[in-house]
Structure formats: structure tokens, C-alpha cells
Design a protein around this ligand. Structure first.
Ligand code: NAP
Length: 292
């Protein structure tokens, strides 16, 4: 199966590398040329547009930033829809709006092109290691067609419902992360202020009920007050916007997510949009007069 990649950022570059390493023929495009140094030497062909990627492949994976960006690479000038053959399939692995996803799937179907939404969790580490969790919305038959490709990027692939459902599950994921990051940040700040050995405290907690991926992988950054990527604050704020919109549509109250979204808005205003999301600790630190 010939695989196309549109979007070679932090996630897309690492994911395309795993697909190529597994032996698939990969054709790729990125808006800004020259990104994704990790693809050097893997035999990846670079195409001139998303349409050219689609024309050369059977499945096109899109992994770009936000809902309007997916719309642009699918339906804009030189977009996937202009080049994709009838019977091909688009797998959007970006994190975007569930309702827009359903709209995009309908517009692709008019071109005879199938679509799955397949957003991911597991961070840049998971993308590099090929251990992502992938939440798939769409038909089982379409998933079966692309499962061997997805299996090179992730270890847990779950069909969660019809098209758009993967994005709804991802919104739930981001809501849970909002609370987890804020909770870990508060715990680390309390440990610092209480004069504890913070690393020993984290190690002691790691076998108990407070254990989490965030505690294990991001508390060190919060202690050091240094937030290399990772997952950008701006992208998590974008994801909480999607979750809060879904909450409005469904009559759901999300107080912690709304708080986290506002903290992230402040961080973005202060120039920290490209910090790792663990930088929410800057705000919690500053409330207790620690360096932010
Ligand atoms: P990133 O490093 O900022 O890369 C974004 C990619 O999207 C780049 O290739 C960028 O191209 C492209 N792009 C953005 N707008 C575009 C447009 N209008 N037209 C064409 N290309 C466009 O972001 P990332 O971390 O890889 O995240 C990508 C997606 O995965 C997002 O939806 C994010 O929420 C999701 N995600 C990220 C993580 C994570 O830990 N990083 C985890 C799970 C899910 P340029 O190079 O030209 O800017």
C-alpha cells in the first residue's frame, strides 16, 4: 500500500518515519519545505502539493494543526480532494472538531473518497516510538484497509464509533489531561514550598493512586521550570476549545477545562505559546511566589 503524509511537524514527521521504516512507500508534503530531518535516508519522496501526494498514493494521512488547516489541505487549492482517486482513503490524525470532521467526510465522499478520523494520544515520545493510542471514527471495513499502516504508528487502535467519534474521544482525553496537568502542577508547587525532596516525593507517589503519565513524564519540567516540546500550549488550548464547544452542544459543564483554557490563554499572551503544555505550572508557581 502506498502511503501519503500531509503535515510533517512534531507528530507527522515522526509518524511518517515509522511508516517508512516499516517498509511502506511514503510520499509526503509539508507546507514549509525542509522540516522532518528524521525522514532523511528513509526513501521518502517529497511531492509538490497535497493533491500530488494523493495522486501518488492509496491512503493519505493528514496531520496538521487545526480544523481550518485540515480543510485547507483537503479542499484548498492543490488539496487532497483534487488529486485523490476514487476508492482511495483519507485518514485525518490531527486533533480537530468532530462536527467539521463529519462535514469533511461528506465532501470527500462526493469525490468517491473514504475518510476515517484517527486522532492520537501519547505525545511526541509516542510518535517517535510508534506507541501512540489511536481513536478511530468511521467504518470497520475502512479501518481494516489501513490498520497495517496505523499499526506502525500506534500500539492501541480502537474503533470508537462512526466518523467524528475519534475526535470526540480525543476531546475527552484533553479534558482529562487539563485536570491532570493542573493537579500535578499544584502538587509539585506544594512539595517545593513544603521543603520536600521533590524527586523523592514523585518517586514515592509513583506506585500509588496519584500515579499518572503526567506525573512520571512532566513533573521534572515543572520542578526545573523549563518546558521544552512536547506538546505546545497553543495546541492544547485549541483542543480545549473543541472540547468546550462539544460541551456547549451537549449541555455539559467543564469547570476545570474552562480554567485551564484561561490559564493557557494567559500563557500564550505572555509569549509561551510554543512551550510544552506542562508550562501551565508557570501560572501555578506564580500564585505561590515561585519563579514563573
Ligand atoms: P506542529 O509541530 O506545530 O506541526 C503542525 C504541522 O501542521 C506542520 O507540518 C505545519 O506546517 C502544518 N500546518 C499547519 N497549518 C497548516 C496549513 N494551513 N496548511 C498546511 N499545513 C499546515 O504540531 P504537531 O505537534 O505535529 O501537531 C499536529 C496535530 O497533532 C495537531 O492537531 C495536534 O493537536 C495533534 N497532536 C499533537 C501531539 C503532540 O504531542 N505534539 C499529540 C497528540 C496530537 P509548517 O511546517 O509549514 O508550519
Amino acid at each position: 500500500m502506498r502511503v501519503g503524509f500531509v503535515g510533517l511537524g512534531t507528530m507527522g514527521g515522526a509518524m511518517a518515519a515509522n511508516v517508512a521504516r516499516a517498509g511502506f512507500t511514503v510520499t509526503a508534503w509539508n507546507r514549509t519545505p525542509g522540516r522532518a530531518a528524521e525522514l532523511a535516508g528513509l526513501g521518502v519522496t517529497f511531492a509538490a502539493s497535497p493533491a500530488a501526494v494523493a495522486a501518488a498514493t492509496d491512503v493519505v494521512i493528514t496531520i496538521v494543526s487545526d480544523t481550518p488547516d485540515v480543510e485547507a489541505v483537503l479542499f484548498g487549492p492543490g488539496g487532497v480532494a483534487a488529486g485523490a482517486a476514487t476508492g482511495s482513503i483519507v485518514v485525518d490524525m490531527s486533533t480537530i472538531s468532530p462536527s467539521a470532521t463529519r462535514d469533511f467526510a461528506g465532501r470527500l465522499a462526493a469525490h468517491g473518497v473514504a475518510m476515517l478520523d484517527a486522532p492520537v494520544s501519547g505525545g511526541s515520545e509516542g510518535a517517535r516510538k510508534g506507541t501512540l493510542s489511536i481513536f478511530v471514527g468511521g467504518s470497520e471495513a475502512d479501518l481494516d484497509r489501513v490498520r497495517p499502516v496505523l499499526a506502525t504508528m500506534g500500539t492501541t487502535i480502537t474503533l470508537v464509533g462512526p466518523i467524528g467519534s475519534g475526535q470526540a474521544v480525543k476531546a475527552v482525553n484533553q479534558v482529562i489531561l487539563a485536570g491532570t496537568y493542573l493537579g500535578v502542577a499544584e502538587g509539585i508547587v506544594l512539595a517545593i514550598k513544603a521543603g520536600l525532596d521533590v524527586e523523592q516525593t514523585v518517586a514515592a507517589l509513583s506506585g500509588g493512586a496519584a500515579q499518572s503519565w503526567v506525573l512520571a513524564n512532566r513533573s521534572g519540567r515543572m520542578l526545573a521550570n523549563d518546558y521544552p516540546l512536547g506538546f505546545k500550549v497553543a495546541l492544547h488550548r485549541k483542543d480545549l476549545g473543541i472540547a468546550l464547544q462539544l460541551a456547549r452542544e451537549t449541555g455539559t459543564a467543564l469547570p476545570i477545562s474552562a480554567l485551564c483554557e484561561q490559564i493557557e490563554a494567559g500563557l500564550i499572551g505572555a509569549g509561551h505559546a510554543d512551550d510544552d503544555m506542562s508550562a501551565v505550572a508557570r501560572a501555578i508557581r506564580s500564585l505561590s511566589a515561585l519563579e514563573a
